[in-house]
Structures are given as structure tokens and as C-alpha cells.
Write a protein that binds this ligand. Structure first.
Ligand code: PLP
Length: 321
């Protein structure tokens, strides 16, 4: 018989969510307003994507798509893969993760130690090594579709499944609002699939419709803001310059471009000043929030997500300090 001890969780999947919200007082010193950072990098898999991994598996189980022994396949730059590897390990599914060779070594090794199989797909000839471009993503999608056909595997799809948005609507967004006691004026978020932006914005606006929600994009792939795709960038996890089904653009106040240098420098400052070791997209979120505080959001309380742990970037230029 299962024993249940109060306060003890039954598995790593239950440790996902309920992350702290920290005010970035040192980064904002002397400024009018504040930035509140949702510390998703503290999740078991080191990112906010653990939330959507659990929600996608929950939903696939509920709809009968998964049964004991099923194989789960997903395309991922690494974070969703880590989350799925954790949830699949705990619940007894085989997990195959398809990713571009541009992804960092730490991500690949982390998934392998979690028992996942990693299928690495060559980058497009025109892509610089280590930077995932639009064409690289297409190649990875194709490889995943081929694998599913050949192996009768279940493809979970973070770009199209409503589970992605719902995880952040029920979890991240609601938690931010409750932790801040509703004291939020704006939300700023770098988009990959758009699931976090969509879910958090919906949860916040449902409670306070005046909250302004901004999308952050790499300057060189300012697809929604400027309809531009000038080339690859160094902000991992998004900026794919493609349409995103999960996003309702009527929720978007504006689109904020951030360049690679600002994202990287801000991530380094978050470590050195705030003791928060996070990745470049977290740096991009905070860089955009600080820009807004200096300008049209002066005096506001801006919520951001610290998406993933910087330890996933040890081998990248982020750590060349
Ligand atoms: C490091 C990182 N930042 C940002 C994002 C974008 O999040 P979303 O897909 O919810 O838009 C991702 C998504 O994979 C990510 O891995």
C-alpha cells in the first residue's frame, strides 16, 4: 500500500511550479518602478518548460493518447526536452527528443542522463554553428515527423497544443498575480512558441484588464514588430521569425526588440548583482523591462520570467566573463 506523508511529494513531476517571485532591487536601483522576476529556472529541469511538459503529458493521458509503454517524441531546443524527460522518467514512458545540433552540449547531456534518447539533426548549411535559425527548425520538424511515422510514436507539440498555453494560464500567470498581490502593471516576455506569453497574459488580464503585455523579440528577428528577419541571433529558445498559433495579437501592447549584446550583458548582471544565474532569454526579458522602465513604463511594476538556468549555457559565450 502506498504511504502518503504530508509535505512529501510523490515524484519530481510534483515539484514543478510554485517558484519564487523576486524583486530585482539591485538592477533597478535609482529607477522609478520595479521588476518582479518569476524564478522558473529553479524548477527540477531548470526551466519554465517543465510546466508545459507535465501539462502535455497530463492532457495526453487524459485523452487516451498515451498508454503504459508509449513512446513520446518532441522537437525542442532543450528545455521542453528536459521537462519531458523528467515527466516521462517518473511516469514510465520512453522519450525521444529531436533537436538541432546547434543546441548546447549541456542540454543534450542533461537529457541523456535523464534516460531520454536524443536525435541530433544537422544544421542547415547556411546556419552559423550554435545558432538555431528558422531553417534549422524546419529540418528538425521533418526529422520528428519521419521518426513518428516509422515508430508509431506519440508526437507532443508545444507549438500547437493548447496544453502549452494552459500550463502558464493555470500556473505561472496565476502564481505571479497572487504572489504580487495583484500589484502588476505590465508583463514582458521573449517568445519562442508563445505559450508563456499567451497563458500568463490571459491570466493577468482576466484579473486586471489594464495590464499591458509586451512581446520581446531579437533585434535581428523582429518578425512581429518590424516584419524583419535579418538573420540568426544568440538568444536561445525563441525568435524563430514564424507565425505562432498560440498568440492572440490583440493581447499585445507592443513588440520590443532586444539585441544579443544587451541580452547577454543583462544576464551577466543578473548573476553578478542579483545572484541569479540565468540564460540569455531571461537577460532579454530583463533588458526589455529596464528599457520600458526608463521610457513609457516609468513608475510601473513589471513582471518578467527568468526562463532557464544559466548552467545550461556553460559552454557558450554567456560565460566568457
Ligand atoms: C530558453 C528559452 N527562452 C524562452 C523560450 C520561449 O518560451 P515560449 O515557448 O513559452 O514562448 C523558450 C522556449 O523553449 C526557451 O527554451
Amino acid at each position: 500500500m502506498e504511504t502518503v506523508i504530508q509535505g512529501v511529494l510523490a515524484g519530481a513531476d510534483e515539484a514543478i511550479g510554485h517558484t519564487p517571485l523576486i524583486e530585482l532591487r539591485r538592477m533597478c536601483a535609482g529607477m522609478d518602478g520595479m521588476v518582479l522576476a518569476k524564478c522558473e529556472f529553479l524548477s527540477p529541469g531548470g526551466s519554465k518548460k517543465d510546466r508545459i511538459a507535465r501539462q502535455m503529458i497530463d492532457d495526453a493521458e487524459a485523452s487516451g493518447l498515451l498508454s503504459p509503454g508509449s513512446t513520446v517524441v518532441e522537437v525542442t531546443s532543450g528545455n521542453t526536452g528536459c521537462g519531458l524527460a523528467i515527466v516521462c522518467a517518473v511516469r514510465g514512458y520512453r522519450f525521444v527528443c529531436v533537436m538541432s545540433k546547434a543546441a548546447s552540449l549541456e542540454r543534450v547531456r542533461m537529457m541523456r542522463i535523464l534516460g531520454a534518447e536524443v536525435l541530433l539533426v544537422d544544421q542547415a548549411p547556411e546556419s552559423p554553428p550554435g545558432q538555431v535559425g528558422r531553417r534549422d527548425l524546419e529540418l528538425v520538424e521533418q526529422a520528428a515527423a519521419d521518426y513518428c511515422r516509422a515508430h508509431d510514436a506519440v508526437r507532443v507539440d508545444q507549438f500547437h497544443w493548447e496544453s502549452n498555453r494552459r500550463a502558464h494560464y493555470l500556473g505561472t500567470g496565476r502564481e505571479i498575480w497572487e504572489q504580487a498581490d495583484g500589484a502588476i502593471d505590465a508583463f514582458v516576455e521573449f517568445v519562442g512558441t508563445g505559450g508563456t506569453f499567451a497563458g500568463v497574459s490571459a491570466a493577468l488580464k482576466e484579473r486586471t484588464p489594464e495590464i499591458r503585455c509586451y512581446i520581446v523579440e531579437p533585434q535581428s528577428a523582429s518578425y512581429f514588430g518590424c516584419h524583419e528577419y535579418l538573420g540568426p541571433h544568440r538568444i536561445a529558445g525563441g525568435g524563430y521569425a514564424r507565425e505562432l498559433d498560440l498568440i492572440d495579437h490583440s493581447m499585445v501592447e507592443d513588440y520590443i526588440p532586444v539585441n544579443d549584446e544587451a541580452a547577454i550583458q543583462t544576464a551577466r548582471q543578473l548573476a553578478a548583482k542579483e545572484g541569479l544565474v540565468v540564460g540569455t532569454s531571461s537577460g532579454a526579458n530583463v533588458a526589455a523591462a529596464l528599457d520600458l522602465l526608463r521610457g513609457r513604463e516609468r513608475g510601473s511594476r513589471i513582471a518578467v520570467v527568468l526562463t532557464d538556468t544559466g548552467l545550461k549555457y556553460l559552454s557558450t559565450p554567456l560565460f566568457d566573463v
